[in-house]
Design a protein around this ligand. Structure first.
Ligand code: MG
Length: 387
């Protein structure tokens, strides 16, 4: 089918929600949830939605003032050419960073719009859906402003609540301090002997620290060690991998096929984790997946934010293949952030369904999750429109 619609309007919606309790991790505390949604409308009345990860006010400004005018009149079915159009227009000053976050949201919205125009889901556009359900892992167990003994108790209770919901895999935060991290890693394993566990330091460690913590993760049979090191020191991953058995995962701070090519060429990484609302968007993530494949590396997206990013990650995994593959392969897990998130859980009229730790891949055309306009207005700080 050939379609000839034209993009007639691009809107952004900057959303915010104040959290009752801040979410702490090795680098920072989140006191607010922020999200920037992109809405692209075409001449046939279809609307595509995307989401950008990053500082929402800055991203909104870049998207509205720089990229949006370049796309008015563009055929939204030509989504890959649109990416190249925006890339070339900003290459000299925006090869990575916030502007690439803006491009990611646009790319996601164009994929949603194209799926709606063609009447197929995003996973069909990503190469074909090969499964309808995905096993998920629960992300949570953030740090709180309480004593360490109280914190450990709270983390264990929280973890138990996710297991009670049916999750068979959990990811904890590490990187608070080495002693606490090691105590937490061992206590979690002793408390949940049959649950798959992962640990995420958000690039908190230097190499000797990462080796020390990684050896405890090895001893406790964790499934992966996420962002053990700074993304600026790609070559240290090789040194760390030589000393540990468990897979190293990273990539949520990385962007574009070229960024991942450099990161993966250095070696040491077993799992690449682009965020589809930041890495350049879902069409760029497919290129990253091809590059990762050439390095024998699997891609499991980082999934933070609202339902749009989560649904995009679900479609991506539903169309994924496992390196190197075998008859009885272990399918990749979809990340489900369990912390309070009204911008995801109260914003959508058609959300992604998750039951007993298993997500159903949306079947509606496009991404298959639709923001509710009334809820959108409730959380909206600022809206922009380009026509
Ligand atoms: Mg992470």
């Amino acid at each position: 089918m050939i379609c000839h619609p034209k993009i007639t309007a691009i809107r952004t919606h900057r959303l915010q929600h104040s959290l009752e309790e801040p979410l702490g991790f090795s680098q920072w505390q989140h006191e607010k949830r922020n999200a920037l949604l992109v809405e692209i409308e075409d001449s046939e009345g279809n609307t595509g939605w995307g989401e950008c990860y990053g500082p929402t006010e800055v991203t909104q400004s870049g998207l509205h003032s720089f990229y949006a005018p370049l796309l008015i009149g563009w055929n939204p079915c030509q989504n890959e050419a649109a990416w190249q159009h925006l890339w070339r227009a900003s290459l000299d000053f925006a090869r990575k960073g916030v502007m690439m976050g803006a491009m990611s949201g646009i790319d996601m919205a164009l994929l949603d719009l194209k799926g709606k125009q063609l009447g197929v889901s995003a996973s069909e556009l990503m190469g074909g859906r090969i499964c309808d359900e995905l096993h998920c892992y629960a992300t949570g167990m953030y740090f709180r402003n309480v004593s360490e003994s109280n914190l450990l108790e709270i983390i264990l209770e929280e973890a138990a609540s996710y297991v009670a919901l049916g999750y068979q895999a959990l990811k904890i935060k590490v990187g608070k301090n080495i002693d606490f991290d090691i105590r937490q890693i061992r206590t979690m394993r002793a408390t949940f002997p049959d649950i798959a566990l992962m640990a995420d330091s958000n690039h908190a460690y230097d190499l000797p620290e990462a080796v020390k913590v990684g050896r405890v993760l090895d001893e406790c049979s964790y499934s992966w060690f996420e962002e053990p090191l700074s993304p600026n020191h790609g070559r240290l991953f090789t040194k760390l991998a030589e000393k540990l058995d468990l897979p190293l995962a990273t990539g949520e701070c990385e962007q574009t096929r070229w960024g991942f090519q450099d990161l993966l060429s250095a070696g040491g990484i077993a799992i690449a984790q682009p965020d589809l609302a930041y890495c350049g968007g879902p069409s760029e993530a497919l290129k990253i997946r091809a590059i990762a494949s050439s390095h024998g590396v699997n891609v499991i997206p980082h999934a933070w934010g609202t339902m749009l990013n989560l649904a995009t990650a679900a479609h991506f995994l539903a169309s994924t293949f496992v390196e190197p593959g075998r008859a009885e392969t272990t399918p990749p897990l979809l990340e489900i952030d369990q912390t309070p998130n009204p911008l995801r859980d109260e914003l959508y009229s058609t959300p992604l369904e998750i039951k007993n730790g298993i997500a159903s891949v949306p079947t509606l055309p496009g991404l298959g999750v639709e923001p509710d306009r009334e809820a959108l207005a409730r959380f909206c700080l600022q809206k922009t429109e380009q026509q």
